[in-house]
Design a protein around this ligand. Structure first.
Ligand code: PLP
Length: 380
C-alpha cells in the first residue's frame, strides 16, 4: 500500500506510541489530584504542554489542550464571539476554511451575528483587496486558516493581522495543516489564537490544542471544572496528551529535513503526472504551498472514481477533504476558486509524508496512470 493521504491523518510514530503506553500503564492518576499519582500525571501533562508550546513559538501557559482541531476551532470562533458583544462587530472568515470553522461561523450567523466569508482568487489565495471592505463595518474576529487542507495554499496571514490591527479585532488561525509541515510561530504571525491537531503530526487522534495569547477575550464552551484554566474543563486524557506532546517534539526536530525532502518528492510526482496524463493541471498557487500537498485536476474524469481505482491498485489518496468525501459533494474550496462543478469533481488530493520514499513516488505515478487508463477504457 502506498499511503498518500497524510493531510487526512498520519500513522502514530513508534516513539509516540511508546510514550503513550508508558503513560497508560504507569501514570493513571487524575492530574487534578493532590497525591503523588495525580502529581505524576500532572507532570506529564505539563511536559506535553511545554512540547506543544515549543512547536508553535508559544509559552506553555498559552496552550489549552482540546480533543483535536475541530474543538480548538470551535472554541476559538464561538468563544471569542461569546466574549465580545455584538457592538464590537462581526466575524470575518474565508470561503475556503475547514468545516470546523465554517460551521460555527454559520451557526453564529443564524443567531444574528454578522459573518463575512471572504473570497479567494483562482489560485486559492485570499483576496487581499476584500480585507479593506471587511473592516469598514467593525470586526470582532478574523478566522483565516494558515494553510488550506485541500490545496496546501498558504494564506496571507500578515495582511489579515494588519487589517485586524486597524480595527482592534482578534485574529484566529486554523493551523491544523500547517503545523509540522512548515515553521509556525504564533508570536511572529501576530495572531491571538491558533489551532493545531495531534493526528496530523503522527500523534494519536482525539488530542489537539488552541494557542491563546494572554488577555485574548475567550469564553469556554464547556462548564464544569477548573482544568485548562476553566476554559476547557474535564479530566485530562493524559495518554493522548502525552502522545501529542511527544509528536510535537518529534515534528519540531524533523521539520526542516522533512519539508525539504517532501518538496522534492511532491515536485517529482507532479512533474511526472503532468507529463504523462493529458489534461491534468495542479490546483492552487504552486509557489506558496505546503511542501507535501498536490491537488490535481484530471480534466473530464471523476476524482472519486480515480480514488476508488487507486484504492483497488493499493494506493490511498483522497478526493477533497476526508470529512467531505462521504457526502459526494464537489469541494467547496475548488468551487470558491471559481472552478466549475465538473472540474472540481475531477480533483484528487495527494498528500505525502514522513514514510514516503523516492520509490513510492515512482510507483505512485504508475498507479495513477493505471487508474486513469482503467477509467478511460471503461468509458470508451
Ligand atoms: N482544520 C483543518 C484545516 C483540517 O484539515 C482538519 C482536519 O482535517 C481540522 C481542522 C479538524 O481537525 P481534527 O481532525 O483534529 O478535529
Amino acid at each position: 500500500m502506498i499511503y498518500a493521504d497524510y493531510n487526512a491523518t498520519t500513522p502514530v510514530d513508534p516513539e509516540v506510541r511508546a510514550a503513550m503506553v508508558c503513560a497508560l500503564e504507569a501514570s493513571f492518576g487524575n492530574a487534578s489530584s493532590l497525591h503523588s499519582a495525580g502529581q505524576e500525571a500532572r507532570r506529564l501533562v505539563e511536559r506535553a504542554r511545554a512540547q506543544a508550546a515549543a512547536l508553535v513559538g508559544a509559552q506553555p501557559d498559552e496552550i489549552l489542550f482540546t480533543s483535536g482541531g475541530t474543538e480548538a476551532d470551535n472554541l476559538a470562533v464561538l468563544g471569542v464571539a461569546q466574549a465580545t458583544s455584538l457592538a464590537k462587530g462581526g466575524i470575518v472568515t474565508s470561503s475556503i476554511e475547514h468545516q470546523a470553522v465554517l460551521a460555527p461561523c454559520k451557526h453564529l450567523q443564524e443567531g444574528g451575528r454578522p459573518v463575512t466569508f471572504l473570497p479567494v482568487d483562482a489560485d486559492g489565495h485570499l483576496e487581499i483587496a476584500a480585507l479593506a471592505d471587511a473592516v469598514k463595518s467593525g470586526v470582532a474576529l478574523f478566522s483565516i486558516m494558515l494553510a488550506n487542507n485541500e490545496t496546501g495554499v498558504i494564506q496571507p496571514l500578515a495582511e489579515v493581522v494588519k487589517a485586524a490591527a486597524s480595527c482592534g479585532a482578534v485574529v484566529h488561525t486554523d493551523a491544523v495543516q500547517a503545523v509540522g509541515k512548515m515553521s509556525v510561530d504564533a508570536k511572529a504571525l501576530g495572531v491571538s489564537l491558533l489551532s493545531f491537531s495531534s493526528h496530523k503530526i503522527h500523534g494519536p487522534k482525539g488530542a489537539g490544542a488552541l494557542y491563546v495569547r494572554r488577555n485574548c477575550p475567550l469564553a469556554p464552551l464547556l462548564h464544569g471544572g477548573r482544568q485548562e484554566r476553566s476554559l476547557r474543563p474535564g479530566t485530562e486524557n493524559v495518554p493522548a496528551i502525552v502522545g501529542f506532546g511527544k509528536a510535537c517534539e518529534l515534528a519540531g526536530a524533523r521539520l526542516a529535513a522533512d519539508s525539504r525532502r517532501l518538496t522534492l518528492l511532491r515536485d517529482r510526482f507532479e512533474a511526472q503526472i503532468l507529463a504523462r496524463i493529458a489534461g491534468t493541471r495542479v490546483n492552487g498557487r504552486r509557489e506558496t504551498r505546503l511542501p507535501n500537498t498536490s491537488n490535481i485536476a484530471f480534466g473530464d474524469l471523476d476524482g472519486e472514481a480515480i480514488t476508488i481505482n487507486l484504492d483497488m491498485l493499493g494506493m490511498a489518496a483522497s478526493n477533497g477533504a476526508a470529512c467531505s468525501a462521504v457526502d459526494h459533494s464537489p469541494s467547496h474550496v475548488l468551487l470558491a476558486m471559481g472552478q466549475g462543478e465538473s472540474v472540481a469533481r475531477s480533483a484528487v488530493r495527494f498528500s505525502f509524508g514522513r514514510d514516503n520514499t523516492d520509490e513510492d513516488i515512482d510507483r505512485a505515478v504508475e498507479r495513477v496512470v493505471q487508474a486513469v487508463n482503467l477509467l478511460r477504457k471503461a468509458r470508451s
